[in-house]
Design a protein around this ligand. Structure first.
Ligand code: BES
Ligand code: ZN
Ligand code: ZN
Length: 481
């Protein structure tokens, strides 16, 4: 019997929308300086210090190697300053991770960076600090980050905190196991976010999907215990430029009757990673109030098996009217996405972006850290590449190579959901989606992994937002009022 004194665990929604202490603190005379120093300049720097620190430095084996720190004492034994080792070359401009590593190692206290940082370096410092404070604590406690930072450029707080909040949401949603993050909870989370930012939301649930013509969404999810749904959020003034986000919300992917082997199924709670990305991105957008008319569409299902599961060989009439033959029930993401993309395409947004954990082939091509993206809009591709470099949030363009589309031909339906070939699986998946985007002038599809395979400072093992910062930066550049 559970003890009556046991506190009930926080509800999943209470956990997701928990209040966290800020990783940042106000500027103060008591703040402890941090000196970022590379290996080359370190000996000269030491030589200029008072004898106590020279002695301290020489009795430590610190060499300013990358991501190492040295705490420097005052005569009372308190921390008077910290050296952040930058290694061989000055990695300050490059990425947020040295600062994530620093934040993780420092004892409790308020710190400031005592160095002239460029705008970009200052942004990385704040972001690294904020991202390293993330903990997934719904089922097990984890020591919070105790060191706080005086933001080098306080005017960057809004964007940094928006990205940190969006990333945290994406990570939480992916990390939550399917039992607590089914299509119903994804709907509840969306309702909560919509209410918080004054957005409109509708949900089409269960058999209502059939009545409304979203047969692919209904069919993929019909064997699951929890009903499928199409979540539709709209926010912003109605005559602002229309930007639509679409996210794959497969809360668990067993593969369906084409069942995945256990090793491939193990992590498939993360198959709603696309939905998690668009909700995280939407949060950042609404928080900072970009001047767009934002729409977020999430088809949310569980791809499971039961007597009524859809089968290989079945043919579904999509919302668009095209018939699709099921070559493999494990290629379910593109099925639910195609109906959502058709709906999104109806109102011809200026820009449409979809995020999906769509193929294993994307990982074979680019590995776990770099999501491929697909678009016919060369300007958008170039802008994305630039923002990806500046944000240290890599994405890489792969081609929507038209001639491969014939691999999706079916003799008895308008198209098949898979190719017979095992080559170029990420491209053929993207080409499948392309059939459903006709009117939208600019569309980009991201095939995201949504997962860190190992712990790194600022990037804990588990759910991860990928490409979110690059896209947010692009949207800010285009639409910040
Ligand atoms: N959710 C998977 C893709 C996936 C697998 C993403 C592992 C990230 C990590 C998707 O639904 C799927 O199963 N795709 C198949 C497609 C195939 C049947 C054409 C795949 O990639 O094997
Ligand atoms: Zn699948
Ligand atoms: Zn899937």
């Amino acid at each position: 019997m559970p003890s009556t004194e046991t506190q009930p665990a926080a509800s999943t929604l209470d956990f997701i929308f928990r209040d966290l202490p800020s990783p940042f603190g106000p500027s103060s005379d008591d703040a402890i300086p941090v000196w970022p120093i590379d290996q080359e300049s370190y000996p000269d720097w030491v030589a200029q210090q008072e004898p106590l620190w020279q002695k301290w430095a020489s009795s430590s084996d610190f060499t300013a190697a990358k991501n190492t720190i040295l705490l420097l004492p005052d005569t009372q034994g308190e921390i008077a300053g910290v050296i952040l080792g930058l290694g061989q070359n000055n990695g300050l401009e490059a990425d947020p991770w040295p600062y994530a590593s620093l934040a993780k190692k420092l004892p409790a206290g308020l710190y400031y960076i005592d160095a002239p940082l460029s705008e970009q370096a200052a942004f990385h410092a704040g972001l690294g600090w904020a991202l390293s404070s993330y903990r997934f604590t719904h089922y097990k406690e984890n020591d919070p980050q105790k060191a706080r930072l005086v933001l080098p450029r306080p005017e960057q707080a809004e964007n940094i905190l928006a990205l940190a909040a969006g990333t945290q949401l994406t990570r939480d949603l992916v990390n939550l196991p399917t039992e607590d993050m089914g299509p119903d909870t994804l709907g509840d989370v969306s309702e909560h976010i919509a209410a918080e930012y004054g957005a409109q939301i509708t949900q089409i649930i269960g058999d209502d999907l059939l009545a409304a013509g979203y047969r692919t969404i209904h069919t993929v999810g019909r064997a699951a215990a929890k009903a499928s749904r199409l979540i539709d959020i709209t926010w912003g003034r109605s005559d602002a430029p229309k930007v639509t986000l679409v996210g794959k919300g497969v809360c668990f992917d067993t593969g369906g009757l084409d069942l995945k082997p256990s090793s491939a199924m193990r992590n498939m709670k993360k198959d709603m990673g696309g939905a998690a990305h668009v909700l995280g991105l939407a949060t950042a957008i609404m928080r900072t109030g970009l001047d767009i008319r934002l729409r977020v569409l999430i088809p949310a299902v569980e791809n499971n098996i039961s007597g009524n599961a859809f089968r290989p060989g079945d043919i579904i009439r999509t919302y668009k009217g095209l018939t699709v033959e099921i070559g493999n029930t494990d290629a379910e993401g593109r099925l639910i996405l195609c109906d959502a993309l058709t709906l999104a395409d109806e109102e011809q947004p200026e820009l449409m972006l979809d995020f999906a954990t769509l193929t294993g082939a994307a990982r074979v091509a680019l590995g776990a850290d770099i999501p491929p993206f697909f678009t016919d809009d060369h300007q958008l591709a170039a802008d994305l590449a630039n923002h990806a470099a500046a944000q240290a949030d890599p994405v890489w363009r792969l081609p929507l190579y038209g001639p491969y589309a014939e691999q999706l031909d079916s003799p008895i339906a308008d198209l098949c959901n898979v190719s017979d070939s095992s080559f170029a699986g990420a491209i053929t998946a993207a080409l499948y989606l392309k059939n459903f985007v006709e009117k939208t002038p600019s569309w980009v599809h991201f095939d995201v992994f949504a997962w860190n395979m190992a712990d790194r400072p600022g990037r804990p093992k588990g759910g991860e937002a990928m490409g979110l910062r690059s896209v947010y930066a692009l949207l800010c550049e285009r639409y910040k009022s």
